[in-house]
Design a protein around this ligand. Structure first.
Ligand code: SAH
Length: 370
């Protein structure tokens, strides 16, 4: 049995060819799956008998469900705890802004990167998500929007509202799961389905060079985000163990070259979590300017979300502003980003499925896809 959510349109076309029916039907199936959220698309009227009869024997949709949802009282952010078929739990976060609706997706259950300041990192890696489990997070969130008129109205989208942007900034290191993430990108970007253009999908990495090379070869148009967080190899290796395997200098050399060879205005989103007394001095800012020289960047400064228990603290507001102003004066395009959904622990680095939740969730109310 194959998971329908893991199929690209090309895969379904091949399936149709194997069943000796026209590939045109693959498009119908795809639309039913990803536009109408029909989990039994073979029941669509007008499909050839051979296809309608055989398909349920070969394929079905993985049964991911929303085990729990929490809405921020302040900014309309909604955090979903999504339960996969095997009981694994991940989180996705829906972030409404004026013109766009962004969904933050998880790519793994847990994470192997073990960044010292990140809550998810403490779980370790449980397993990779499949492409279908990644796509299912989008289907669940899009269906949730469709079914929650009050939320839409409150946020200023009275009629239909579609997720417009995807960021792979939830649990996991997407480039450590490159094959499933690649397949998910094919599925999410298909015009017949969810129709999210690759430019509107950001893949964020802690600096996984092997995965990065594969990603950019397969999807040169996808948007990239890099989690920087430090300005020397030594300091970065202390905060982010992955830096010992792929030093930041090597990653940035590779990206400098990648962006220099392009003829569009694409740029790298750099995320820098500002940690009091650790990476927030003006010397850090000066070194960052040098480090990023030659790479077209937009820089987001994210004040650390304190995750207990932790030896790390958020920066003082004045020192954060000084840090930003200093970078700004050096010509860097820089913004301070406060994490959304602070009151529901949906903020960066707080996506962790605690033992407590895992214990509670089997009884939590489930909203299933089907
Ligand atoms: N593994 C990928 C995707 C995760 S994105 C990556 O590292 O890019 C999540 C972002 O939140 C990363 O930039 C991560 O470093 C940052 N983050 C983790 N813990 C945080 C915390 N406690 N406060 C603020 N940002 C944090």
């Amino acid at each position: 049995m194959q998971d329908l959510y893991s199929q690209s349109l090309a895969d379904l076309e091949q399936y149709c060819t194997r069943l000796a029916v026209s590939t045109v039907h693959a498009k119908t199936l795809y639309r039913r799956l990803f536009k109408d959220f029909d989990t039994t698309p073979w029941t669509t009227p007008g499909l050839p008998h051979g296809l309608a009869e055989q398909m349920p024997h070969d394929m079905r949709c993985t049964t991911a469900s929303i085990a729990e949802e929490s809405q921020s009282r302040y900014d309309g952010t909604v955090k979903f705890l999504v339960r996969m078929e095997d009981g694994s739990l991940v989180e996705s976060v829906l972030m409404p802004e004026k013109k766009r609706i962004t969904l933050c997706l998880s790519s793994q259950v847990g994470c192997a990167m073990a960044c010292t300041f990140c809550h998810t990192g403490r779980m370790g890696l449980k397993r990779n998500l499949t492409a279908g489990e990644i796509a299912a997070q989008v289907v669940l969130a899009q269906r949730w929007i469709r079914d929650h008129a009050a939320w839409r109205e409150e946020r200023g989208y009275p009629g239909f509202a579609a997720i417009s942007n995807i960021v792979f900034m939830g649990m996991g290191e997407p480039l450590d799961n490159i094959d499933e993430v690649s397949q998910a990108l094919r599925i999410l970007s298909d015009p017949m389905g969810l129709n999210l253009s690759l430019r509107k999908i950001s893949v964020s990495t802690a600096g996984h060079l092997d995965g990065l090379k594969i990603l950019l070869e397969r999807f040169p148009k996808v948007s990239l985000a890099l989690s920087l967080h430090a300005t020397t190899e030594r300091e970065r290796s202390q905060l982010m163990p992955i830096n010992r395997r792929w030093p930041i200098g090597t990653i940035l050399d590779y990206l400098r070259n990648f962006y220099q060879q392009r003829d569009d205005d694409a740029c790298l989103l750099v995320q820098y979590t500002v940690i009091r007394g650790v990476n927030d001095t003006l010397d850090h800012a000066d070194r960052m300017v040098e480090l990023l020289r030659g790479v077209p960047v937009k820089l987001n400064l994210i004040p650390l979300n304190e995750v207990e228990p932790s030896r790390f603290q958020s920066p003082e507001p004045e020192s954060l502003q000084r840090f930003r102003d200093h970078l700004n004066a050096a010509g860097v395009r820089v913004m301070i980003r406060y994490s959304k959904g602070q009151d529901i622990a949906a903020a960066c680095g707080q996506l962790v499925v605690s033992a407590e939740k895992r214990r509670l969730s089997p009884s939590a109310e489930a909203v299933t896809i089907s």
